[in-house]
Design a protein around this ligand. Structure first.
Ligand code: KG4
Ligand code: ZN
Length: 334
């Protein structure tokens, strides 16, 4: 069978990324320019600045991506692009680039949902064995999704308020840690002890999560300690927070796998880089004989390789866009 090469573009937040992916799981080349150092000084991503930087970077990223693959546009079969959810101004830069390339070189355009991208990053490490559970843990999502076949997503539960990555970033801010807070808390948690007693959020039989309560508990604790003139032990607070949220995520995920009799667990999104979560799920899956896929750390956060993987399966599912493709700030995964 002829190989399929997809040029994929991801620009939904503050990474300008392009990748060439073969047959939905082989990375040929990826170039990612992160704007993290620019946004760090503001304590979070500033949408207007992100869009402007995407515009400045995108042609350079395209040239480098093709060059390092030693390919030209003639070798490309499809253009895949993230169309949402994300920052509209940022998404539009990637979409405009994708549409221009599709028009100029007469290539079909594949619209990719950002979360489908995170899920399909797991194809870089192994085959999917259906029915499977996808645990999506990112800056904007905390979802439990069952997949019975490729590119079919059945939502069974998720956060009712803050996403897990958002909670990490907000807790980090209270602890005066620089943006993005998730990786900082993870690092501190490894050297701390679980000494702070934080409430386990939504510790019930449902498959829903809630992270705003534990976030507020950390904020209150930090204020109270400050008022009493006590120094916060950041390592211990990070460890206490991380263990509490990792436990509830792991517990509900494993319960759902058992109840729905699923064969495999795949973990997706920026928080899949978290060492505590990786460790906990690895241990539980080993004990319960469930196959586990987690992307390598570099492919957990936003990148175009995952979009190239997902685009292959989106295209097989008949998802082809025309040149009217628009950005969606909010979009259901379907
Ligand atoms: O998936 P992602 O790159 O962007 C979205 O699509 O939202 O996820 C970004 C989120 C941020 O909240 C960041 O703090 C978090 O992932 N994150 C982590 C870790 N690495 C990134 N959270 C906890 N531990 C980590 N090691
Ligand atoms: Zn993402």
């Amino acid at each position: 069978m002829k190989d399929t090469y997809i040029l994929a573009i991801e620009s939904s937040c503050d990474e300008t990324s392009m990748s060439i992916v073969k047959n939905g799981h082989v990375e040929i080349s990826t170039v990612t320019l992160s704007q993290m150092d620019i946004h760090k000084q503001y304590g979070g991503v500033v949408p207007e600045i992100a869009s402007r930087n995407h515009i400045e970077n995108i042609t350079m990223v395209l040239d480098e991506c093709l060059e390092s693959a030693k390919m030209t546009m003639d070798d490309i079969d499809y253009i895949g692009v993230t169309y949402g959810p994300g920052l509209v101004g940022s998404l539009l830069v990637g979409i405009q680039c994708a549409k221009t390339l599709a028009f100029l070189y007469n290539k079909p355009l594949i619209p990719v949902h950002h979360i489908a991208g995170h899920i399909y990053a797991n194809r870089l490490v192994g085959e999917f064995k259906f029915p499977l559970m996808a645990l999506v843990v990112s800056g904007g999502h905390t979802d439990l999704i069952i997949m019975k076949e490729d590119y079919r997503f059945e939502y069974i539960g998720g956060t009712l308020d803050d996403a897990i990555g958002e909670a990490y970033d907000k807790v980090a801010r209270v602890m005066d840690l620089p943006y993005p807070g998730g990786p900082r808390i993870d690092k501190l948690a490894k050297i701390g002890k679980h000494t702070y007693n934080l409430p386990t959020p939504k510790n019930d039989n449902s498959y829903d999560f809630s992270f705003s309560g534990i976030k507020s508990a950390v904020i209150n604790l930090a204020h109270n300690e400050k008022q009493r003139g006590n120094e916060l032990n950041k390592e211990d607070l990070a460890c206490s927070f991380q263990e509490t949220v990792v436990n509830i995520l792991s517990k509900k995920t494993m319960k759902a796998i058992k109840e729905y009799n699923l064969k495999q667990l795949i973990v997706a999104g920026g928080v899949a880089a978290n060492s505590g979560l990786r460790e906990s799920l690895t241990k539980l899956c080993e004990e319960q004989n469930i196959e586990l896929l987690i992307p390598p750390i570099n492919y957990c956060t936003d990148n175009a390789t995952m979009i190239g993987c997902a685009a292959y399966y989106a295209q097989k599912d008949g998802k082809i866009a025309d040149l009217k493709l628009n950005a969606k700030a909010v979009e259901k995964l379907n």
